[in-house]
Design a protein around this ligand. Structure first.
Ligand SMILES: [Ca+2]
Length: 364
């Protein structure tokens, strides 16, 4: 049940994980949903699909009974003002293009097509410049949270090209559309909408004013509302957590996110390996979460480099190339990167980009 892999700022991510993570642009639909939408999108052009799936398109959002259930909940549980919420949602708009975007067929790009999107000369140089510009902050984040500067920089580079593109959709529209007009993900996005209203109230921001990805990911590091509330930090100590135009807060927040998801300072991330025979497939099938200790890998025909501690659990990852597949040992910290976006391709792109950025930065 692997995910859809696309550039991060085009999708959301999964909700089923026990961590309430950031929403980025990978999403894991269930197999059934995948099939259903694949069928739909095969049969119908995107525009037709958008209006067909948008059962409420002809109606106002405020006609939707589920919205009123939601508003009641916000009033009862969080003491929001009912009339104000109705006024707010009168100004929110269901966006058919958001439904069309998220219901695109689940075609995962293979690694050899995914990698070049992120591992570009421009993005590597951009990373080194971003590092130069924020060297002090990155060093402080590394010191405080134990997360290497190049990983923080690579995440921000993959997410938004160092803050250059943070999304064009009004967050209220994205979340309302996906909560009330996109049944497959309604539960998750209704929860994120709740988090969004709480977040904007806490941060004293007009909920109509914020923009983000079509899946509601916001700011320089593309945090979804629940992540914002749980992991964003005021890293420049000015009294606000501002992930939209404050790179200092963004850097601290990414580092904090990794720390809270178990990043182990100084430990390796991933190491390329080779396989022989067919037994390795059993390891690949186990997925990207490290489970078996490396000591057992040779029994599956997988080479284990000597420098690695054999007691640590690892995952065997297969990446599609145009020729023979690449195999990598994914270690604990690699798995932590996938908590930001549940895709091994995403994590590998971040890892490789981080290495290139470090090289470039050191050569300056
Ligand atoms: Ca701040």
């Amino acid at each position: 049940m692997q995910q859809v892999y696309r550039p991060s700022f085009y999708h959301d991510k999964d909700i089923t994980d026990s961590f309430i993570g950031i929403i980025h642009e990978t999403y894991r639909l269930t197999i059934m949903k995948k099939r259903f939408f694949h069928l739909l999108t095969t049969l119908l052009p995107a525009t037709v699909l958008a209006s067909a799936s948008g059962s409420l398109m002809a109606k106002e959002l405020t006609d939707n009974p589920e919205l009123h259930t939601f508003i009641n909940k916000m009033v009862e549980q969080h003491q929001f003002n009912s009339k104000r919420l109705v006024r707010l949602f009168k100004q929110a708009k269901l966006q058919p293009d958001i439904v069309a975007a998220i219901s695109k067929p689940a075609e995962g790009k293979p690694w050899y097509q995914y990698r070049p999107i992120f591992l570009t000369e421009k993005r590597i140089k951009g990373g080194a410049s971003f590092w130069d510009e924020h060297a002090e902050t990155l060093a402080r984040a590394e010191q405080e949270y134990g997360v290497p500067a190049e990983i923080i920089v690579a995440i921000i580079g993959v997410e938004t090209r160092y803050g250059g593109y943070t999304g064009k959709h009004r967050v209220i529209d994205s979340l309302a559309t996906l909560a009330f007009d996109y049944p497959p993900r309604s539960k998750f996005f209704t929860s994120e909408l709740e988090q969004y209203l709480l977040m904007t109230r806490e941060e004293q921001i007009d909920p109509l004013s914020l923009k983000g990805s079509y899946a509601g990911a916001m700011g320089i590091p593309q945090f979804i509302s629940s992540s914002y509330r749980n992991y964003a930090v005021d890293f420049d100590h000015d009294g606000h957590r501002n992930l939209w135009d404050n790179p200092v807060d963004a850097i601290g927040s990414v580092a904090n996110y990794f720390k809270q998801h178990g990043w182990k300072p100084g430990e390796p991330i991933a190491v390329q390996t080779h396989v022989s025979g067919n037994k390795y497939r059993e390891l690949v099938k186990k997925g990207m979460k490290p489970q078996l200790p490396l000591a057992e890998f040779s029994g599956f025909g997988v080479q284990v480099p000597e420098q690695l501690d054999e007691n640590q659990p690892a995952a065997l990852l297969e990446f599609e190339t145009e020729g023979i597949p690449e195999f990598w040992l994914g270690l604990h910290n690699f798995y932590v990167i996938t908590r930001y976006n549940h895709s091994p391709l995403y994590a590998m792109a971040v890892y490789q980009l981080s290495n290139e950025i470090r090289k470039q930065w050191e050569h300056k």
